[in-house]
Design a protein around this ligand. Structure first.
Ligand SMILES: [Zn+2]
Length: 391
């Protein structure tokens, strides 16, 4: 999730007036989902024959999207938001990471957030999430996992939740036989989903979560956010958490973490570090993005950097902006460490929805990537790191 939602406080104030009216709350939630996940260009998209043919041969991996935050049936094609199962299949996505957002400050901004007032509490109530989710961030994550598993159960095999390396291989094997299968991998966006208890890491792992972003938009028990107040590094709790993530069969993700946390994690983490959805300061110099030094350290540790598809990360909402950041990253740290992390449905505006991903393939070719390099960036690199980390 990566949005600027300046109007959130105003909208919430208005919704608060009618908090007793369920219809008003549902309208609020639907409005939030619609206005925050727009596209500049509506599908269908026109792609050249060479890029279309190449894209059809890829195993596309998207390291980050937030559709589980919104009240949508992901098995049905929608004109709202950025993705659903039919659109992922059309986009030839092999593996989609589905993140769980469990707390977001009202008055959200990129620079400095105060976490005391929580937007997700209102969204949980407005969207009819179970009452157990109203006061527990852990329960919000577990509910998100339950929703993805239920979508998979209803999908007749078209969506499979992947927990292990063997699960990933099975999805790829089915796809190579021509089956239209999408793998879904669960991720946490902000370790406050642990509700302050390290033991809950096992609870999340049991529920299927395989990647954990340490921070989101505010400083939490584990350390400072890039958008927080303290800009602090890992806390003792954060250090203990990072030490446990790998043995829990999960990957650590430092998207949204403060530069101090990123540096600390890169020093102490055993195994690859993921930056699931980000930009690079070399093309867009802001607090949201990864410095050259940290990008090099992620690569040196064998990790991957997922480049996002929204303006604040890459300088503009266009696929060319994302491709340009990928080109810069590949030139800086090597093509083997650059990946895709769209942030689709993360309360952002993108140029295209998921079905526009072939346009990114086309843009990568224009930016001088060879076909094997396009395959690596669009999925191969992420698959390598996931396979190595998953149980
Ligand atoms: Zn995010």
């Amino acid at each position: 999730m990566g949005a600027r939602t300046r109007t959130a406080g105003v909208v919430l104030g208005a919704a608060g007036l009618g908090a007793g009216a369920a219809a008003g709350l549902r309208g609020f939630a639907a409005h939030q989902a619609r206005v925050r996940n727009g596209v500049v260009l509506a599908p269908p998209y026109v792609v050249g024959a060479a890029a279309r043919e190449l894209h059809a041969r890829l195993d596309v991996v998207d390291l980050h999207a937030d559709p589980l935050l919104w009240r949508r049936d992901l098995l049905r094609r929608s004109t709202s938001g950025h993705l659903d199962l039919p659109r992922l299949a059309e986009a030839n996505v092999a593996l989609q990471v589905f993140a769980s957002v469990t707390q977001v400050p009202m008055g959200l901004n990129f620079e400095r957030n105060d976490p005391r007032r929580d937007l997700i509490t209102l969204l949980a109530i407005a969207q009819g999430w179970p009452p157990r989710t109203w006061t527990s961030r852990l329960e919000r994550a577990l509910y998100a996992a339950q929703r993805l598993h239920r979508f998979a159960e209803r999908s007749a095999g078209a969506l499979r939740v992947v927990r292990t390396g063997a699960d990933v291989d099975a999805v790829l094997a089915a796809r190579s036989r021509g089956a239209r299968v999408v793998g879904g991998l669960l991720a946490i966006e902000g370790s406050h989903a642990l509700d302050g208890r390290l033991e809950n890491l096992e609870v999340l792992a049991d529920a299927g979560f395989r990647m954990i972003g340490l921070q989101h938009f505010f400083d939490n028990e584990a350390g400072g956010s890039a958008h927080g107040v303290t800009q602090g590094g890992l806390t003792p709790f954060g250090r203990e958490l990072v030490a446990r993530i790998r043995s829990a069969g999960m990957l650590v993700d430092v998207a949204h973490s403060s530069p101090a946390v990123v540096g600390d994690v890169l020093r102490v983490a055993e195994g690859p570090v993921v930056v699931s959805h980000t930009g690079l300061r070399g093309t867009s110099d802001n607090e949201r993005n990864l410095s050259d030094e940290h990008a090099r350290a992620v690569a040196a540790g064998g990790g991957v950097i997922g480049i996002a598809m929204f303006a604040h990360a890459v300088g503009g909402p266009g696929v060319d902006d994302t491709a340009r950041a990928m080109r810069y990253g590949a030139d800086l740290v090597g093509v083997d460490h650059i990946a895709l992390g769209t942030d689709f449905d993360g309360a952002i505006t993108t140029s295209v929805d998921a079905t526009g991903l072939p346009l990114l393939t086309e843009s990568l070719l224009r930016h001088g990537f060879t076909e094997p390099e396009v395959a690596a960036v669009m999925g191969g690199n992420a698959l390598r790191v996931l396979r190595a980390a998953l149980p």
